[in-house]
Each structure stands twice: as C-alpha cells, then as structure tokens.
Design a binder for this molecule. Sequence first.
Ligand code: TAP
Length: 496
Amino acid sequence: MSSTFTYNFDTPTYKGVSTVPTGLFINGKFVDPVEKGTLDVVNPVNGKVLTSVAAGTAADIEIAAQAAKKAYKERWGLKVPGTERGKMLNKLADLLEANLDEFAALEALNVGKAFNMARIMDVGGAVGALRYYAGWADKIQGKTIETNELKMAYTRHEPIGVVGAIIPWNFPLAMLSWKIAPALAAGNTIVLKPSELTPLTALRICPLLVEAGFPDGVINIVNGHGSITGQAISENMIIEKVAFTGSTLVGRKIMEAAAKSNLKKVTLELGGKSPSIIFDDVDLEQAVKWVGHGIFLNHGQACTAGSRIFVQEGIYDAFMKKFAEHASSLKLGDPFAPDTYQGPQVSQGQFERIMGYIKSGKEEGATLHIGGERHGDEGYFIQPTIFTDCKPDMKIVREEIFGPVAAVIKFTTEEEAIEQANDTLYGLACSVFTKDINRAIRVAHSIEAGTAWVNCSNIPDVGVPFGGFKQSGIGRELGEYALENYTNVKAVHINT
Ligand code: TAP
C-alpha cells in the first residue's frame, strides 16, 4: 500500500513526470493505515479515477498525534530557536519553488484549475506564505509590563503544542501553507488532514519536508474521510488546537467536538456570500474586470467569491452589457491549455450541487442572463452563469453556491445597498467600486465583513489578516494576527 503514484504529464503547458507517495506521512515516514483503508482520487476533467491513496482512521490520528507530541517535547517547540525554524521554512519555500511547475501540474490535474493560474496563485502563494512566516519565526515576542516597584512582569508567547489542521479542496497547497507556516514558525507540531478530494500536493510535499530538515514527527499528514479522520482530529485529546477551513456546517461540528473533548482552541475560516457593490461613478472597465475576478476566480470555488453583485441603477445597463461580454469571453476547458481561465468543478458532488442551485434560480423566478448549462459532455464543467432580477429570499442569493454563478441585484441608494449587502448570515468579505473616496471608506466600514476590498476583489495578501465576521468564522489567518492562533500567552510575575 505505502507505494507511489506516477503520472506522466505531456500537456501544452507542462511536460514532466511526477511521483507522489500515497501512504500516510507519520513521524517522518510513509506508513500504511491501521485499517488499510483507501480513497480514490478522481480527475475532474473526465471523472476517471487517477489513483487511490491511503485513508486513515481515528487510530492513525492517535498515532500521528503521539508522534507530534513526542517531537514537540524532544525535537521542536522551545527546543529549537526561532532562527532555526525560520531557516527550515525558507528551505521548504526554496524547494517548493524549485519544483513549482510540477506542483502546479498536480494541482491542475487533481483540482481541475488552470495550470497557469495554479503556478501563480496556488504554488506561488504557498511559497510566499512559507517565506513570510519564516521571517516571523524569530520575532515572536512578548512584552515587559510595569506593575509596581516590588514586582516586574513579562509575557512569553509560547507554542501551543500539537495542533490539528483540516483543509479544503479549493486551494489545497495554499491552504496547507496557510496552516503549517504560522504553526511551525511559532514552534508547534502538526497533524494535518487534506480534503479527501485533493490529497496529491499534500503527499508530494512530504519528501520536501524531510529535505528541508524538519525533524520526524513535526509535520504529519494523514489523508482520510472528513467524517472519520477530520472528526478524529477534532475529538483527539492530545491535539490542543484545530485550525479549519471549509463549510460552516462542518465548522459547527468541529466546535462541538472540541467542546466535548479537551476544549481545544478552534479557529474557523468558513463560507461566504460576499457582496460586490458597484456605484454609478465607477471606472467601468476596471469594475467589470474585478467583479469578474471576484466571482469567477477558481471557478467560483473561493470562500470570498463576490457572488452577490449589487449594481446601481444609473450604470446597470452599461455594466451588465460589459459584464456579460466578459463572462462569455472566459475560456473554459482543458486546465493545461495556455489560455484557459476556468476548468471543471472539483467533483461530481459539487457539479450536481451547483446545477441544483442554477435550477432553483430559474424556478424561483430569477432571469438567467447568460450561461446556466453544463459545458461539454464529460467532466464537471459549468458555464460562467449570471442571474439577474434576483430577490433577497432566493436560495441563489442566500446560500453559498461555490461555483461560477453570480446573482445580480439592482439598487438605487447607498443605504439600500448597504442594508441588502448586510442581509446575510455570512461576513467574510465585500468589494466596493466607486471613484468617490469618502463613499468608498463609508461603505467599506459599514459592511459586516472581515475584509473590504475597494476597487478590487478577491485578492488576499499574505501580510494582511483574513477571516470572517458573523458565521464566516472565528479568528484570523495571515499576517501577524495569525500567530495569535498558534501561541499561548504566559504571564511571568517576578518578585524583585
Ligand atoms: P467541507 O465538508 O467543509 O470540507 C472541508 C474539510 O473538512 C475537508 O477536509 C473535509 O474532509 C473535512 N470534513 C468533513 N466533515 C468533517 C467532520 N465531520 N469533521 C472534521 N472535518 C470534516 O466542505 P466540502 O464538502 O468540501 O464542500 C461543501 C461546501 O463547503 C462547498 O460547496 C462550499 O460551500 C463550502 N466550502 C467552503 C470552503 C471555504 S474556503 N470556506 C472550502 C471548501 C468548501 P473531506 O474532504 O474528506 O470530506
């Protein structure tokens, strides 16, 4: 079982051979799962099985957590200075960068995303996150606090210990980097579970972790089914913190399991239904470009997707004409073709879910402006789709679709736009398009969301905190803020 999967890429954009180990990576080695389970990895371009990889259970999570605990006590945590941890993170970034095309090809193969975009966003983004937190590793500091003349106090930001990470399928390698980079910089050890749909890049990076010098047991990667392996991370008594990215539904289960087990700390990066608000005075070309990026990036499979588009009445017709032209021009097809913007959705399940939302949009009376159909007759391709005449109570306006489907709503006043934009249980992001700086700031401050983009959309930055208000999550990733999730603050009082 603990073997490898070899794939020969002979594509217009990438030629090369990739060999991916398929076991569970525990304590620095690939091992077989206790119960010998497997899961199939499917090519979303044609629905065919590419390979199968090992699937763990609670028993494997326990073994991985034990290994991570031992590594934390003996070979990591406070035993290794931040400068050394930073060097290893930088080495890992260098190794990933040296294999950038291969990783991008695996991401394109497994997720269906365009190779050229995966190079920049997924693998380039992961390299950037590793380097950014490498820089923080020796700068995680407490404070000295004045108390009274008889006493002094200071704080230490200590690592938590063993942390669990559960990541989704939409940006597999980038999400892995957002979890492991701050956790390792702060001195924690890790048990990570990738999505069962997209295990390949997490497996391929394991030999690089060894080459970068991370001691055995510091990073453990256990593939498996969410309801088994993910649940086991949430319930495990050794794991003292869990970081999760995925659906709000599963986020609730994780909090519940954490509460019922050892009250592990929980950070959640969940769903969204982010508004893009376009005022009459915009630069039309720029607004169309960014609004398109907001909703169609990564085939709409982004938690920050700007899926509710509010357009002021004065520019509505001109905007819709150009926006429809833009959406229709996006090249849909082979992820390895040089000009492809959009590949297939990740899985049969997601394809059916999105087509179900398109059906509900039509049934509930929205107007299908463009798209709405499957593209081709194999794989999980869906046309970029725009609905107009959307009403606040429609499912396509209320629920996260996670596909290339935009719901457009016309508005008259700024107050009306703000009120409707905030009429959601989510609060991940928003975008505001206007040339009026006062209005831009006013609206950005009025929307209940963790990120507000002005005259741009769907473009996080590694140095800037990222996370949700309301039911979009708890805690912040990226930037200095993420380090708070991976440290315990100890106050030391000294009687002088
Ligand atoms: P989720 O089910 O939330 O999957 C995210 C991660 O959680 C995966 O690793 C999954 O494992 C794991 N998981 C599933 N059940 C679990 C449990 N009971 N305990 C612990 N971990 C568990 O998302 P999905 O099914 O992939 O997608 C469903 C919808 O979620 C999407 O359509 C979208 O609306 C939303 N979603 C949001 C995001 C972001 S970035 N906010 C990302 C992905 C999906 P398995 O993959 O093995 O099941």
